[in-house]
Design a protein around this ligand. Structure first.
Ligand code: NDP
Length: 427
């Protein structure tokens, strides 16, 4: 374990943090050099990534430590504007590492492409035609992007869905194509394939194509993380391990039963997931959209994670959600900080990256629930928020820490108090 290098890591200066990561052989001297340079995109690159580019928008990248996933230790890059996310992920990862860490299970990485057809004159006949010509449909899809087939992926199955007419919408005949996208997120690969088969589907069904695009509801690309926490690691203040376990299970049951709570519960999970997805150069809107749709798969929006009691009394956590990230493609291969994130993480492929991301989601959820059912969320959160308040009040340099320390002791931690404390400290 690299933990020996990370004692009181959060108290170290930036240079000491980099030094510790170098000594733990997580960073190389090239990475150290990269961190010394201004980590901005070149103007040319930024301009080629989006339209009408004016400037760049910076967010901090922090590192969560001590995460053990499938017996391998990771230092995890996290990009977020929210204080306490990196700290919460690190503290949960450290605690769960003492119990062996997280185990994960990743499905085959298949994305779903949709071609929606309308005005199909005979949907029964059309469905028969589609089934009869399944091989041709798959061949045409694969011919549109042969390189993915050479890599061992490509379109491998179809499904047909008839969406009945209602007062609000006409009837749609929808063809789903399942595509193994290998190491890519796959949106462009899938869209190319769907547009290529659209005219053939019109021919087969005698209908009109409305649109051809991937579905971001990636139900064929799921990631699961589980963990087991013994009671001795759960004890908190006056609360026994049993009490914390039972309260945490009840918190998960509440989030299962109540959508108002479930949304906040899942937002906490996404605090961790989005931060790693963003650091890795991936499309976080795709992950967000898919996660929340998956949370509502039963017809009611529910918690994405479950927490249960094991036969021996341990606490068992589990989180499953769609994880359509890529290891190559999109902006991943061109964004220098996304490339740095891959080096820091040391992941070798998309499945391994999925394992780390889903584990961080479960770690984040554990931290939030544990705080909620013990001392409450504000104690840890506001401690870190104090620095933001100090900066908002106008503090700079060493004044930030000084005002934040006083703020933590103040009866009302708000901007007004921060301003008063800064005035008092300076005068
Ligand atoms: P790309 O278009 O970049 O395609 C993947 C690229 O990676 C291809 O050029 C492919 O090469 C290359 N590649 C190299 N090695 C591999 C490998 N082992 N496995 C797979 N591909 C490999 O990206 P995606 O198709 O993944 O699309 C993702 C992008 O699309 C994201 O930026 C996303 O934001 C955006 N997007 C998202 C949409 C949505 O979510 N609804 C809609 C439209 C776009 P080769 O060409 O040789 O196959």
């Amino acid at each position: 374990m690299a933990a020996a290098y990370f004692s009181k890591f959060y108290k170290k200066s930036k240079q000491e943090k980099v030094q510790a990561l170098l000594e733990a052989q997580i960073l190389t001297s090239e990475d150290e050099q990269f961190l010394k340079e201004t980590p901005l995109l070149s103007d040319g690159l930024a301009n080629s990534m989006v339209e009408n580019q004016l400037t760049q928008y910076a967010l901090p990248l922090g590192v969560a430590l001590n995460l053990i996933v499938d017996d391998k230790e990771y230092a995890v890059p996290m990009v977020t504007e929210e204080p306490s996310v990196v700290a919460a992920a690190s503290s949960a990862a450290k605690l769960i590492a003492q119990a062996g860490g997280f185990e994960t299970c990743i499905t085959k990485r298949r994305m779903i492409g949709q071609v929606a057809l309308k005005a199909v004159p005979d949907t029964t006949h059309a469905q028969k035609q589609l089934k009869l010509h399944k091989k041709d449909i798959l061949n045409k899809a694969n011919q549109a992007h042969p390189s993915i087939v050479k890599r061992g992926g490509g379109a491998d199955d179809i499904a047909i869905r008839l969406i009945e007419a209602t007062e609000e919408s006409p009837e749609f005949l929808v063809v789903h194509v399942y595509i193994d996208v290998q190491e890519a997120m796959g949106a462009n690969i899938v869209n190319t394939m769907m547009e290529a088969i659209a005219p053939y589907l019109e021919l087969l069904t005698e209908g009109k194509v409305l649109m051809s695009i991937l579905s971001n509801y990636a139900t064929e690309c799921l990631a699961t993380a589980t963990c087991r926490v013994p009671l001795n690691l759960l004890k908190r203040g006056d609360l026994s391990g049993e009490a914390v376990r039972d309260r945490l299970i009840e918190a998960a049951q509440f989030a299962y039963a109540d959508p108002y709570r479930a949304v906040t519960h899942n937002k906490g999970i996404m605090n961790g997931i989005d931060a790693v997805v963003l650091a890795s150069g991936n499309d976080w809107r795709a992950i967000e959209a898919s996660a929340h749709a998956y949370a509502a798969k039963s017809g009611q929006y529910r918690a994405l994670s479950t927490w249960k009691k094991a036969d021996n009394g341990d606490l068992l956590g589990s989180l499953t959600l769609p994880m359509p990230i890529g290891f190559v493609g999109g902006s991943i291969s061109i964004h220098p900080t996304a490339q740095f994130s891959q080096r820091l993480l040391g992941v070798k492929n998309a499945k391994e990256l999925e394992s780390v991301i889903v584990s961080i989601g479960l770690a984040q959820n554990f931290s939030a629930l544990k705080a909620l059912v013990t001392e409450g969320i504000q104690k840890g959160h506001m401690g870190l928020h104090a620095k933001s308040l100090a900066i908002s009040a106008g503090a700079t340099d060493h004044w930030i820490e000084a005002v934040a320390d006083e703020l933590k002791k103040a009866p009302h931690m708000n901007l007004e108090t921060a301003k008063a404390l800064l005035d008092k400290a300076k005068n």
